[in-house]
Design a protein around this ligand. Sequence first.
Ligand code: PLP
Length: 401
Amino acid sequence: MTDKSNSAIRGSNLRPATQMVHGGISRSQFGETCEAMFLTQGFIYDSAEAAEARFKGEDTGFIYSRYANPTVDMFEKRMCALEGAEDARATASGMAAVSAALLCQVNAGDHVVAARALFGSCRWVIETLMPQFGIKTTLIDGTDLENWQKAVRPNTKAFFLESPTNPTLEVIDIAGVAQIADAAGAKLVVDNVFATPLLQKPLELGAHIVVYSATKHIDGQGRCLGGIVLSSAEWIEEYLHDYFRHTGPSLSPFNAWTLLKGLETLPVRIKQQMANAGTIADYLAEHKAIKRVIYPGRADHPQADLVQKQMSGGSTLISFEMNGGKKAAFDFENGLEIIQISNNLGDAKSLITHPATTTHKNLAEEVRAELGITDATVRLSTGLEDVQDLIADIDNALAAI
Ligand SMILES: *Cc1c(COP(=O)(O)O)cnc(C)c1O
């Protein structure tokens, strides 16, 4: 292993596209070009003394892949470079990341405040799982900063939010919420999936912990599940380190390798998917079959000023409400040929979903109404296809309703 093959990128201030290709790389003695995939559970020690030293922490080598693995480590380091985080732990899925980030830092009797517009499984963790362990939780409309302030109690330990939200693409003022969290002595956890690490930097805005489902844009090609929790070295050491080692939500090296390859192309994919989303959102806004388009990149987004302030792009997702209710939404989805019906997002393939009957079907009708999800709401995740083909596909399906 030469110095040159291994030293290039660490701790540098290179721009994101460069970091996504070179960041975190650690080459074996063979000097391979591509990141190596270390499909191993464990590691061999040269002697009993070496094993002892490693377990004592006197030697920093690997011990067991539930704790850390060289391929997973490269993925964590590359994500740290992109996010500007000191440390991270990669997980088997986005939900493993969300539940670890929340559960590792609270005790029975503590209180957690979360914005109510949440991915279904996140909502279940907050609303159902945490109370089973004696953790009190409060769900609020997170778009109004006063609600965060009012929800704080003496025992509030953590805040949780997603922004933009799923599926209505509401935007929450991360810097504003972080200030309230700091004053309350609580840690703000941001699920940054919809914005991606390229379009929004929660840590720079004052959040303490960022989580991702890497299943979405980071893989971006529909291949594997993954997730990651990023924060300060101090927070990871104090709260996540032991939780992670002993509960075992670890990412497989194979998936870490796939996600490393995904990161290499993340900037070009996001740029193109976002350009496609912008063109499609403008087209939909003019169409008579569409009642309302919500796209954070448009000037008519209800929080366009906040989008300008905290995001560097409008994301790859569009929500829109059809004229005519559930039948119109279903007829539209069924009439599409290129755009596929699927609840995943961030993929190279354009995907459409009807939240009321899929991702958000477990919510009571009043709760859906509160979140702005109607029977005529559809969510489009814009892919990498030629945008003119996508518009022709949408046009045909709308004409056939
Ligand atoms: C998909 C998603 C998750 C969960 O991620 P998985 O990888 O499916 O476990 C969490 N939060 C948001 C916002 C998501 O879109």
